[in-house]
Write a protein that binds this ligand. Structure first.
Ligand code: ATP
Ligand code: MG
Length: 408
């Protein structure tokens, strides 16, 4: 029944050069994500047609859900530019979707072939009449129809579709620039990573790992999360920087009063992320913070943590509710991995009464207790970079105990 898919592009309110860039990038991404499927592409300036040949539409639809910058798409039927034939197909489509219950509909026609002998309005009216004649369970309602039948009269044929399936939206990567995401094994930061990719950013991840204080499985979680996330990324791959955090972690536990351990741990993370951001020529740091979720995510805490850097820090989830974040995590396939029960550096020794309103002055004073700059530089120097592809098989546990042994 369906011969093709009409793909609509996202934010075309962009102007001039940006719009051209958007369309080129989304086209490239579309070709990349659908590579290997034997379909034919017809790329237009604001949309694309994908002709299915013998490929089942479900396969194409599944892949389309990974293309950022696609606003929506529709399964289309193709037939001759003959109004009788169009109305026959239209009735079949309506019956398939409505199961013959009484439904109001309207026909909306776009006439790209200006040589076709009726105007769009006339075509819509004629098709409506033909449909009504054969399907008396239907009524026409041009203002508030339950069902819209779209007809496009093009040079080569007529196309008919009814349904718009929502795509990811956002921008095609790498349109928005490059950012480093602080990725823990939790629920939030993978969702923040996804939202950053969806907005067209090229992301690399940073994970602070404290093996052997934390189990190798927590680093494995990160790799498995990145494998899922990389399906949305350009070339299906994302680079991950594993920062050896054990020494800093131990020093914090040894020297810093308990209410400030998390604050100072975060300050160290941001310091290291700033070094890596400069090294990787990125423009921003991204975290999974959500206002008020835990003590380290009050405005006072976030200010105290942000104070250590001049970098732009973006927190895509700042205003999201946890349940909404979990829904996104479930939809993109990261929730089950995040829920695996292994602690990372932030969950292994959780302070009993963390400071909810930490003061910058106090944090700085506490930090004088140890030579953190040397440790920060050392951690940066020993950071290991791994490129994770969505198809990779990486099993850290079978290879060694510490990340350094595995990757170094
Ligand atoms: P998440 O689910 O992302 O872990 P969370 O609510 O548990 O979020 P926290 O543990 O307080 O949040 O961490 C806040 C943010 O700090 C995380 O979203 C993440 O961006 C960053 N972060 C925390 N721990 C790590 C880590 N071990 N490696 C990299 N980033 C981290
Ligand atoms: Mg966490």
């Amino acid at each position: 029944m369906f011969e093709g898919i009409l793909v609509r592009y996202g934010d075309l309110t962009l102007k001039g050069k940006n719009q051209k860039y958007f369309i080129r990038a989304v086209n490239e991404l579309l070709l990349e994500k659908l590579a290997g499927l034997d379909v034919i592409f017809d790329l237009k300036h604001d949309r694309a047609y994908i002709y299915l040949q013998d490929v089942p539409y479900e396969k194409v639809v599944e892949r389309l859900h990974y293309v950022t910058g696609v606003y929506s798409f529709s399964l289309i039927s193709k037939c001759a530019k003959d109004l009788d034939e169009i109305s026959q197909i239209a009735i079949k489509m309506i019956e398939m979707e409505t199961k013959k219950v009484v439904t109001s509909f309207k026909v909306e026609t776009k006439r790209a072939d200006k040589n076709f002998p009726s105007t769009s309005m006339e075509i819509s009216r004629k098709i409506s009449v033909l449909i009504l004649r054969q399907a008396p369970f239907l009524t026409v309602d041009v203002h508030n129809p339950e069902f819209t039948l779209n007809v496009e009269i093009r040079q080569e044929a007529a196309y008919i579709y009814t349904h718009q399936i929502k795509g990811l939206g956002g921008y095609p990567t790498p349109m928005g620039g490059k950012a480093l995401v602080l990725l823990s094994g939790g629920i939030d930061s993978p969702v923040a990573t996804f939202l950053a990719i969806k907005k067209g950013l090229q992301v690399e991840c940073i994970h602070f790992e404290s093996t052997p204080m934390t189990p190798i499985e927590s680093a494995q979680k990160v790799i498995d999360l990145v494998k899922v996330l990389s399906k949305y990324a350009l070339h299906n791959q994302i680079k991950v920087h594993f920062v050896p955090f054990t020494k800093i972690h131990e020093s914090i536990l040894q020297y810093i009063p308990e209410p400030y351990t998390i604050t100072i741990m975060r300050r160290m993370m941001i310091r290291i992320a700033t070094h890596l951001k400069n090294r990787r020529d990125a423009d921003a740091i991204i975290t999974g913070d959500s206002i008020g979720q835990v003590a380290s995510q009050t405005l006072e805490s976030m200010s105290c943590i942000t104070e250590v850097t001049n970098s732009l820090i973006i927190r895509p989830l700042a205003t999201y509710d946890k349940l909404d974040i979990m829904n996104i995590a479930r939809n993109i396939g990261t929730l089950d991995i995040s829920n695996r029960p292994f602690s990372d550096c932030c969950t292994i020794y959780v302070p009993i009464s963390p400071a909810i309103r930490p003061q910058t002055k106090t944090a700085r004073r506490y930090e004088e207790a140890f030579d953190y700059e040397t440790l920060v530089n050392e951690a940066v120097a020993n950071t290991v970079m791994l490129t994770v592809h969505s198809d990779d098989e990486i099993d850290l546990a079978s290879k060694g105990f510490t990340i350094k042994e595995v990757l170094g």
